[in-house]
Design a protein around this ligand. Structure first.
Ligand code: GLN
Length: 478
């Protein structure tokens, strides 16, 4: 294995800063891996070679002159292809955005570049981030690096696969209902869904705006903390983004703080694999031995999460995706027809089946006569879920649970059964609906050697607690 693959983001940054390594050599190596290993996994839609090499050269030059700053100096990163990066196509894994090149950068991309990161590519995803297996991409499915017959999870399957395959130490995906934590658990890496509002959504192509959050993936606690720090903060281009102070993560991470942790009884139910349950129980035993305390808690609205999530996210998606009509972006079909004919032909040809299903579902739940029965009711239940979490967090610091009910499944296994696919989100969607941060940590293996993810949830803006518990557990699985 090459030296580069063994390095974490913080190690690369330190070595580039001390000029032991050149940013341009690191970038070349990452791009080469993207073209070889990344291709085998179908993980990239675009490789941003030209700009990446120019960025890396500029960093080396600045270092020569002694004025380069940043937490991710020379660190290669990848962005899910629904996060905008100027001059390169943003496809969202959809045919409808064919050849669309955005004329501006997302705030996330800007923040990364300001921290010295080198964006090497845009990763494959389920079309418009709708899916749990990465099979809904116009560009074909991504493969799980551990076993190419399995899905990597979704919708951020490409970003997750390139971190697991060690092509980059950090990548960014997006979460609406679990799209980073679920693939993180399927591929054996860390995935963080930050507090809603922590990372600007400016330049993230909208799916469900009240849920969407750009979310980092990494292979260790320090890197996930650094990625979060660099990407987050108040941005005047996103009115839902929030200003807050970051602690010194690298120092605070080593705290031996003892947590009060809740075990929600509704997360250990029929349908949860025995091996996953056992992994979570093992983590509980390990943490108890190390002085953390546990109590049983109840989150009574948990069994409503899938229904509420699919009503609200589809309602918002049907509105957000109305803009793709052949006028402003990408594909245009039915050029010889009148306006409505052109809209219809473009959307019929441009969207895949799953996106069409969500648009129809969303349009239905928002339609007159059904709006109160579905959308308003789901919004009320969502509020009850928020209150459930608030109540529980009065007495515990963290909640522990499985991330997913099963380990990675076979490509093709669930594609014709949307309901079975939707059930993969059962343990992740509650954090999105209530806006709290949650992390999936790779803390177990099944008998067939597949990774198992354990999830921790925390109160709003308590990411530090998630990083600290992650750091304390890092020794457990090794
Ligand atoms: N699997 C969920 C869905 O298909 C979550 C997607 C996401 O978080 N972007 O909607």
């Amino acid at each position: 294995m090459s030296e580069y693959k063994k390095l974490s983001a913080s190690e690369i940054s330190a070595k580039v800063k001390s000029r032991e390594l050149k940013a341009v050599d690191i970038a070349r190596e990452a791009i080469e891996l993207a073209k070889t290993d990344g291709k085998k996994l179908n993980a990239f839609i675009t490789i941003c070679e030209e700009k990446a090499l120019a960025q890396a050269e500029a960093i080396d030059k600045k270092l020569e002159n002694g004025d380069a700053q940043g937490d991710l100096l020379g660190v290669p990163v990848a962005l899910k292809d629904n996060i905008i990066y100027q001059d390169y196509e943003t496809t969202c894994g959809s045919h409808i955005l064919d050849k669309f090149k955005p004329p501006y950068d997302s705030t996330c991309a800007k923040n990364l570049i300001n921290a010295g990161a080198v964006i090497i590519g845009k990763t494959n995803l389920d079309e418009f981030a709708m899916g749990s297996s990465n099979e809904n991409s116009y560009y074909g499915p991504v493969k799980n690096p551990i076993n190419h017959k399995l899905v990597p999870g979704g919708s951020s399957g490409g970003s997750t696969a390139v971190v697991a395959e060690k092509i980059v130490p950090i990548a960014f995906g997006s979460e609406t209902g679990g799209s980073v934590r679920q693939p993180a658990s399927f591929c054996g890496v860390l995935g963080l869904k930050p507090t809603y509002g922590a990372i600007s959504r400016y330049g993230l192509v909208a799916f469900g705006s009240s849920l969407d959050q750009i979310s980092p993936l990494a292979r260790n606690s320090e890197d996930i903390a650094l990625a979060y720090k660099v990407a987050s903060g108040r941005d005047q281009m996103d009115s839902t983004s929030v200003a807050f102070e970051h602690p010194d993560y690298l120092k605070e991470l080593n705290s031996s703080r003892k947590f009060k942790i809740g075990i929600p009884k509704e997360y250990f139910v029929d349908g949860l694999s025995d091996e996953i349950e056992k992994s979570v129980r093992d983590v509980i035993i390990f943490l108890e031995k190390n002085g953390h305390s546990f109590t049983q808690i109840s989150l009574p609205m948990t069994d409503k999460a899938i229904a509420v999530y699919y009503i609200i996210s589809s309602a918002e998606a049907s509105a957000n995706l109305a803009r793709f009509d052949g006028v402003k972006y990408g594909l245009r079909e039915g050029k010889d027809k009148d306006l409505l004919g052109m809209y219809g032909d473009t959307r019929s040809a441009g969207f895949g089946d799953e996106v069409k299903r969500r648009i129809m579902l969303g349009t239905y739940v928002l339609s007159s006569g059904y709006y109160d029965a579905y959308y308003i009711k789901a919004s009320k239940v969502r509020e009850l879920m928020v209150r459930d979490f608030e109540k529980v967090f009065e007495s515990v610091d963290l909640i522990i649970s499985p991330t997913t009910p099963t380990t990675a499944f076979k490509i093709g296994e669930k594609i014709d059964d949307p309901l079975a696919m939707y059930l993969s989100d059962i343990f992740t969607a509650p954090a999105n609906l209530s806006g709290i941060p949650a992390v999936s940590l790779p803390l177990g293996k099944s008998s067939d050697n597949l990774p198992i993810g354990v999830q921790f949830m925390a109160p709003h803006f308590s990411e530090l607690s998630l990083f600290q518990i992650s750091k304390q557990l890092e020794s457990h699985n090794n």
